[in-house]
Structure formats: C-alpha cells, structure tokens
Design a protein around this ligand. Sequence first.
Ligand SMILES: Cc1ncc(COP(=O)(O)O)c(C=O)c1O
Length: 389
Amino acid sequence: MIDVAAVRSETPGAESVVHFNNAGASLMPRPVVETITSYLEEEARFGGYETAEAHAGELSAVYDTLADLVRADPGEIALMDSATRAWDAAFTAMRFAQGDRILTTTSEYASNVIAFLRVVERTGAVVEVVPDRPTGEIDVEALENMLDDRVRLIAINHVPTNSGLVNPAADVGRVARAHGVPYLLDACQSVGQMPVDVDGIGCDILSATSRKFLRGPRGAGFLYVRRSMLERLEPVTLDLHGARWVASDRYETVPDARRFELWERSPALVLGMGRAAAYAMDVGLDDVWERVSRLARLLRASLSSIPGVTVHDIGSVRGAIVTFTVDGHGADAVKAALRGRSINVSIVTPGAARFDMEARDLPDLVRASVHYFNTEDEIARLVDVVAGL
Ligand SMILES: Cc1ncc(COP(=O)(O)O)c(C=O)c1O
C-alpha cells in the first residue's frame, strides 16, 4: 500500500498544483530535485570534470539501478537525453533494404512513424500497420499471420501517447521470439507506471524517458538493448566513448550498450534519473500500477457521467492516461479552464498518433493522466470544473 500522504509531502508540486499531466512530465519528488541541485552546486564550486570524478561510483551505479528497474543487465543499458533519442539510436542502427517489412501498431507515436517513413523513402522498405482487436489493442494473431521472412522488425508502443490503452507487449514478444524477429518496444509511457520486465516481455530493444511516470528530470532517458542484439546494430553516431580509436587507421566499438551513448551528457540529470528510478522501486511498481489504474478508472467513470463529456480510451487493459472531449468546448478551452483552477492537463492532437486518431475520427483530446500521488479529491476537483463548463 502506498502511503499517499508521505509521497505527497515529498512532492513539492503537490502543494501548488493539481497535476494530471504525468504523461507529459510528472512532478519530481524532493529527493530527485535535491540530487540534481546539489550536484550542480558542486559543479559550480569544484568544476564539472572534477565533480564527475568525485561521483564516478554513483554515476556508474545508475546503470545498475536502471537495469534493476527493467530487469536487464547493466551492460544492456545506455543513458540518453530523451526517449526519442533512445528509440532512434537503436532504430537507425538497423539496416533495411527494398521490400523489407516493418510491422507497427495503429497507435504508434508520430516521431517513430516519421523515422519509419524516412526509411521507406530511402530504402524502399515498407511499413505496415497491424490491425487492432475490437477492444483496441494490437491483434497479436493478426500480427502472427502477417509474419514472413521479409519482416525485419516489429516496433510497437507499450502505452501510446493518446489513450489509456496498454498493448499486450508480452504476447507480441512471444510471437516475435517464436519467429526470430527483432522487437523494439517504445516504453516511454509505461516505465514508472507499471512493472516492466524486458525478459517477461521478450523485447530486444526498449526505449524510455525519465520525465514522465518515472518522475525524473526532463532531458534524460534510457535505452535497453538485449546483449544478443548488440552486435547486429551499427550506431550511426560513434564518438570516443562509444568506440575506441585504437590505431591511426582503426577503431573498435565498445562491446556493451554504451556504444549508443555520446561522451558528453549532464551527470546531474543522469543522477536525477537514477534517483527517480530508485524512488519508483521503493514506492513499489505493483502498487503504483494498482493505484494509477484505479484512479484512472474513477476519473473515466466520473467524466462519463457528465452530460456532453465523452471518454475516448480504448483497450481491454487501461492505465493512467484518460482522454476526453467536451461537447461545445475545444480541448484548448477545457485545458485553459482547468489551468485557471491550477489543474494541469495536456492536449493530444491527431498528429501525435495519426493512424489511430484518423481511424477513430478524433479531434484534439484533453489528456488527464493520473499518478499515484494524485488523490480522489483531486479527481473530484477536475470533474467539478469540467461539469461546470
Ligand atoms: C508513446 C511515446 N513515445 C515516445 C515519446 C517521445 O518521448 P521523448 O519526448 O522523451 O522523446 C512520447 C512522448 O510523449 C510518447 O508518448
């Protein structure tokens, strides 16, 4: 059981706002903020390189913590500056040729689809969207029926940006493994919201961010690459950290996932992300998942009972993200009215997940995403404002 009063007292933002934008960027807990600010103070006083040397052990321990978080090996983790950087570093390290097939899902995130389309343009590979089950999640049987020896990659999201949907990532993993197809999972919205176990899921590559459900700082993320996959990927950018210049005419790529990193980074943010991951594990990800699903269910039910409000979430399993429209009020106006009462939500536009939003003919949606530090009372405050529009 989560001690909600305790986690709220460690969340400075909980005093000033009702924060339902956890799918955008959540509120950092105080220990995360303190980790970052005290590191920056030290940098200012002692020098950036000197501070990094003094904290080398803690910086290296971040790999262990993130590996624990997703049940990987520390050598399979690369520290990145965003989820897109992580996803892209792995995706662009794959080679595609004319006629190769990439299979994805209806709710795939815009930036990932843009990367697919660039490969399509450059190589003549094709990207195909696997149909959904009637309940909204990827149809794993349909996926299996689409597989042949031209399928080079299955790339889907665990939780999309634009609905409460949770895709059956482990079922997809079983199919990918059975057919030996590489499997890239965008876990940007799931890490920190629920337990994520790369072996349980069976993905080969996973990308994640610090700032959303993990409650870490902005400007940080991470990549997981299964060891057996590493040698098959050639990073597009290699510097003297991802590779060694071993003779005047020769370099060697480092053997672990750090080949995807660059030498320069913000150690303060790295430590902040590590602290956030440790904090999430201390709170307990099973409990986090239980609470966010329950709060989101309550929010959906309360919104649905307001005349003129439509909740648009799909999926037989639904998590923390709640999307809705209000008749006669654009998403911008709803967001502004809530902001006027210090309630934070965000908006998802069709351009963020076009396959899905066009197929369902959806306009801009209000996205209210709960986290475990939110309360039933905060939900009632949001619902009151929406009901009063
Ligand atoms: C499902 C999904 N994937 C990827 C991203 C991109 O993450 P980042 O902005 O950290 O690159 C987002 C961001 O909202 C997302 O919702």
